[in-house]
Design a protein around this ligand. Structure first.
Ligand code: DGL
Length: 264
C-alpha cells in the first residue's frame, strides 16, 4: 500500500481538536484519519513549554507508529509551543493552528479585537510575534479562558458555571468595544452557542478550523499525498486516554470506525 492511503493523524490535549477534525473530514471526505485525544493530560494551557513539547512528541510518535502520513497539531497551545521542534525532528509534514488574529485585524471596524485562549498560547513567543506584527492601531484584548477546557472535557458546556465564566471573560471585551472575537483554542468552537447568548449577533466570531482544513489539503496536494484510492468515505479512528464518553457524544456513530480508550 502506498503512503497516500495512510491516515491523517490529528492530536489535541483533549476533544477540542475534533472541531478541526470535522472541518478536515468535510473538505477531504475520502481521507482516513486517526484522532488522538490526550484528555488525561488536559489542560495543556497550564503546563510549561517543556512539558507541552514532551507531550507533543509523545502524541506525534503515537501517530507516526500508526503510519500517519501527515500530522495536524489541532491544538493552539501545542502548536505555539512545539511546532518548530516537531518539524525539525520528524520527517513528515505538520499542520499547526494559531489564533486567527491576523484575519480579525483585517475585519475589525472598531480596531479592537478580543482573543480568548489558554495561558500557554497567550504567553508563547509565536503568539507574541504574530500579535506585535499587527501594528499599533489595533488593540488586542487578551483573555485567558481559565477552566473552560476542563468544563468542556467534563461535558459541562451547558452548565451554569460555564455561562458565568464566559460572561466574566466576555463582558469586559464588550465594554472595550471589541467587534471581532478570536477563538484561540480548538475546544472553544463548541462554546459558540453559549458565547452568542452573551455577545449577541453583532460580534464576529473567528476560529481557524476551515483555514487549517484548507492548508491540510494544500500540503497533501503539494506533497503528492492525497488519497488516490478515493474510497467514498474515509475510516476514522479515535484514541482517548480518559473516559471515552465525551468523545462518543461529540462524534456521531456513523462517522467513526472505532473509539478506543488507550492508556498511554
Ligand atoms: N485545544 C487546546 C488548544 O487549542 C486546549 C489547550 C489545553 O488543553 O489547555 O489550545
Amino acid at each position: 500500500m502506498k503512503s497516500n492511503n495512510f491516515p491523517i493523524g490529528i492530536f489535541d490535549s483533549g476533544i477540542g481538536g475534533t472541531s478541526i477534525w470535522k472541518e478536515i473530514t468535510r473538505l477531504l471526505p475520502n481521507e482516513h484519519t486517526i484522532y488522538l485525544s490526550d484528555s488525561k493530560n488536559a489542560p495543556y494551557g497550564l503546563k510549561n513549554k517543556k512539558e507541552i513539547i514532551n507531550l507533543s512528541i509523545k502524541n506525534t510518535e503515537f501517530l507516526i507508529n500508526k503510519k500517519c502520513k501527515l500530522i495536524v497539531v489541532a491544538c493552539n497551545t501545542a502548536t505555539t509551543n512545539s511546532i518548530d521542534i516537531l518539524r525539525s525532528t520528524y520527517n513528515i509534514p505538520f499542520i499547526g493552528i494559531e489564533p486567527a488574529i491576523k484575519p480579525a485585524a483585517l475585519k475589525t471596524k472598531s480596531n479592537t479585537i478580543g482573543i480568548l485562549a489558554t495561558k500557554g498560547t497567550l504567553n508563547s513567543k509565536l503568539f507574541e510575534k504574530t500579535s506585535s506584527s499587527l501594528g499599533n492601531e489595533i488593540t488586542i484584548i487578551e483573555t485567558i479562558g481559565e477552566n473552560l477546557v476542563e468544563l468542556i472535557e467534563d461535558g459541562k458546556i451547558e452548565s451554569k458555571e460555564m455561562h458565568l465564566l464566559l460572561s466574566k471573560y466576555l463582558t469586559p471585551m464588550l465594554q472595550e468595544g471589541v467587534d471581532c472575537l478570536v477563538l484561540g483554542c480548538t475546544h472553544y468552537p463548541y462554546l459558540i452557542p453559549k458565547i452568542r447568548e452573551i455577545v449577541g449577533n453583532k460580534i464576529e466570531i473567528i476560529d481557524s478550523g476551515q483555514a487549517v482544513a484548507k492548508q491540510t489539503r494544500t500540503i497533501l496536494e503539494k506533497s503528492n499525498l492525497l488519497n488516490n484510492n478515493k474510497p467514498l468515505l474515509g475510516n476514522h479512528q479515535f484514541y482517548i486516554n480518559k473516559s471515552k464518553k465525551i468523545l462518543g457524544q461529540i462524534i456521531p456513530k456513523q462517522n467513526r470506525l472505532k473509539i478506543e480508550e488507550k492508556y498511554f
